[in-house]
Design a protein. Structure first.
Length: 278
């Protein structure tokens, strides 16, 4: 993207240093260690699950480094660098052919959001399209509207493009505009929306609730992005979270996946913006 400013790029080189800085303190011995990360929207909920799992199985340490995105989580899991990769997209045919196995475990609302200083609580899709297309550049009170983009291959951008042909075109126009901020991860995007006056971008309910973010999520034509509206189908835009492993995951990874899908795991997810899947 010409003229775009990138926020905190995250690529394959992170893996070794990240696991080093999250190492278990000296003197504490665990029989097994699970390494889990990937899409940022799932990490807050996964940390709560990991805390409960540690209590149930004190012999297993669960390490969750910072987000590396869906594709990063999938690649690291397939390469054996992670025990479980977290993804907001299903595996591709190629990734399945490489031995990838996915377990869908929850859905969450995918929504437009603003900095709390923006005096808005609702938006129509047509207005959001105008924002991305560059036809709307100020808020109703005349203050500057600061659009926060995501990378073209990110699941947020893919989800935006899938809303309508008009939105797909508008996103393409936004990617050509000079000077827009491109937030590389879900956490970078949330950070930028929180600290930038007049900002507008995309988030997931799971991230906002599980990380207690100071972000205002907007209703869409009067329908709020809540677990209830996701569950009953009245809110139309969602993301599905997957746990990705190799074809034969470790016994500890298998137990953790079962825990996530257990009544206790589902109760934890339900409290922080997720709609657990059967």
């Amino acid at each position: 993207m010409r003229g775009a400013r990138r926020i905190s790029g995250v690529f394959v080189a992170w893996l070794v240093p990240l696991f080093l800085v999250t190492a278990v303190p000296p003197g504490i011995v665990h029989a097994e260690t699970l390494r889990i990360t990937g899409t940022g929207g799932a990490i807050g909920g996964m940390r709560l699950l990991a805390e409960a799992f540690r209590k149930a199985e004190p012999g297993v340490e669960v390490v969750i480094p910072r987000s590396i995105g869906s594709t990063g989580g999938i690649r690291a899991a397939l390469a054996g660098k992670l025990d479980i990769g977290l993804s907001a997209r299903p595996l591709s045919a190629e990734e399945r052919a490489e031995g990838g196995r996915q377990t869908a475990y929850a859905r969450t609302a995918f929504a437009f959001a603003v900095n709390p200083d923006v005096k808005r609580s609702d938006i129509a899709l047509a207005e959001a399209i105008d924002i991305y297309a560059g036809r709307k550049t100020t808020w109703d009170d005349g203050t500057a509207l600061r659009l926060i983009l995501r990378p073209a291959a990110d699941t947020d951008t893919i989800a935006l493009r899938s809303m309508s042909p008009e939105m797909a075109y508008a996103v393409g126009q936004a990617e050509k505009r000079e000077g827009l901020v491109v937030a590389m991860t879900d956490q970078n995007s949330a950070d930028t929306i929180e600290r930038t006056g007049g900002s507008f971008g995309t988030v997931t309910l799971a991230l906002v609730v599980s990380e207690k973010r100071n972000i205002r999520m907007l209703s869409l034509s009067g329908v709020p992005p809540t677990t209830k509206s996701v569950r009953d189908g009245t809110y139309p835009y969602t993301k599905t979270f997957f746990m990705v492993t190799r074809r034969a995951p470790s016994p500890a990874a298998e137990r953790f996946i079962r825990f996530v899908r257990s009544p206790e795991g589902k109760a934890i997810l339900s409290r922080v913006g997720h709609v657990p899947l059967p």
